[in-house]
Design a protein around this ligand. Structure first.
Ligand code: IDP
Ligand code: MG
Length: 162
């Protein structure tokens, strides 16, 4: 039992998820939050913020050589963004599955972008693409004391205890 609890704790991951200005303006906050929530992932941080252009450039620093970088950073800083941290086993990789392919034309139906977006420049949501990026992005967007560690009532039903 203790071993299983330790294995569960070790498998726990956190990822950074943001609803971009288009998702907020289109009234899709609750739709997106509910998809992560119903899956069984746990919300450990959330806030609404209008990022500055400089902040957007930091967030997307990996893409600074791409032709769409400037427009992308203008867009991310154009209005309110919902910044979140979600926790759960496999949440980094599975969060990307829930989100779908970068280009909504290629995202499968059933994914967030597949169901709710049409073009790559307005694909409504961001999710960290790996463990290192997740750590960096959580640190960029949140102070440590903004992350809330707690045990959810449903955890034993989601993960079992034997
Ligand atoms: P991701 O959001 O699926 O991780 P990235 O390749 O990291 O995709 O690109 C970051 C964001 O840049 C995308 O979500 C999208 O909004 C935008 N983007 C990516 N490729 C293009 C493009 O070819 N044209 C315009 N915007 C793009
Ligand atoms: Mg990315």
């Amino acid at each position: 039992m203790l071993q299983e609890q330790e294995a569960h704790a070790a498998a726990m991951e956190r990822t950074f998820i943001a609803i971009k200005p288009d998702g907020v303006q289109r009234g899709l906050i609750s739709e997106i939050v509910s998809r992560f929530e119903r899956k069984g992932f746990k919300l450990v941080a959330i806030k609404i913020v209008v990022p500055s252009k400089g902040f957007a450039e930091k967030h997307y620093h990996d893409l600074k050589e791409r032709p769409f970088f400037n427009g992308l950073c203008d867009f991310l800083s154009s209005g309110p963004v919902i910044a979140m941290v979600w926790e759960g086993e496999g949440v980094i990789k599975y969060g990307r599955k829930l989100i779908g392919a970068t280009d909504p034309q290629k995202s499968e139906p059933g994914t967030i972008r597949g169901d709710l977006a049409v073009v790559v420049g307005r694909n409504i949501i961001h999710g960290s693409d790996g463990p290192e990026t997740a750590k960096d992005e959580i640190n960029l967007w949140f102070k440590p004391d903004e992350l809330v560690s707690y045990t959810s009532n449903s955890e034993k039903w989601l993960y079992g205890d034997n």
